[in-house]
Design a protein around this ligand. Structure first.
Ligand code: 6PG
Length: 238
């Protein structure tokens, strides 16, 4: 198992954190566009990422070089408000200049295995992502990789796989594997609020959590607010 390299960035509040996260997205996009003429970003579900998408919408972020991917999805009908794609579309994507065919949603079918297979097929040959955004759940899950379940850290032959009994509703989901999420030039985890402090504490002391299985070569940047990191100041901490 590859060791995880973590860099902690602790902000006074969610507003500061989201401003910095927005700057990271813009920097990553600018660099990727300059280097290879496209930008592949993976979006997360959840309330903290939603705040970032709203900021990106206000800033008019996203244009014809951008490709949007999803780290996980809830297996519900198209446009269901609980789908991560629906949330991201409403908060940002539908108002952006990103061409519709470059918003690569996980298929909205209730056939979880078929959706996972179709998404894996779409990812064949893509190469590394430029930026992966992740949230963290109160139990230490990320994307739809839950504690005690398969996380696809080693030996999963497909990029996306079916999750049939997630403890967080809905139980049927599709998730990118930990290995696929790790294949990115940059990975940023967003965590705000006291509700995350247990998971953050366990992660920092090295407990075995799905979030610990994300091991990109460049390391993981964790953007957390003070509430999520008990006892922290505003400076980056170890
Ligand atoms: C999901 C998400 C999940 C999320 C975290 C954080 O579909 O459930 O992708 O991994 O990012 O649970 O969500 P909050 O920011 O809402 O706590």
């Amino acid at each position: 198992m590859t060791d995880q390299v973590l860099r902690w960035h602790v902000y006074a509040d969610a507003r500061e954190l989201l401003a910095e996260a927005e700057a990271v997205v813009n920097r990553s996009a600018t660099e990727s566009m300059a280097r290879r003429g496209r930008f592949d970003i993976v979006l997360a579900g959840g309330s903290t990422p939603r705040g970032l998408y709203e900021r990106l919408a206000v800033a008019g972020a996203g244009d014809k070089g951008w490709h949007i991917w999803f780290g996980d999805e809830r297996c519900l009908g198209a446009n269901d408000p609980d789908r991560n794609e629906t949330m991201a579309r409403q908060a940002w994507l539908d108002q952006s200049g990103i061409p519709a065919e470059q918003i690569h949603g996980i298929p909205p079918t209730r056939d979880t295995e078929a959706a996972a297979a179709a998404y894996s097929a779409l990812l064949v040959g893509l190469g590394d992502f430029d930026l992966v955004l992740l949230g963290i759940g109160e139990d230490g899950h990320t994307a739809s990789l839950f504690p005690g379940d398969e996380t696809g850290q080693t030996g999963v032959s497909t990029d996306a796989f079916a999750v049939l009994d997630a403890p967080k509703p809905p139980p049927q989901r599709v998730s990118l594997s930990a290995d696929r999420l790790s294949r990115s030039r940059q990975v940023v985890v967003l965590a705000t609020g006291r509700g995350k402090s247990d998971a953050i504490t366990r992660w920092r002391r090295g407990d075995d959590l799905p979030i610990g299985g994300i091991t990109p070569r460049a390391g993981v940047d964790v953007f957390a607010d003070r509430e999520a990191v008990p006892g922290s100041g505003t400076e980056a901490c170890a």
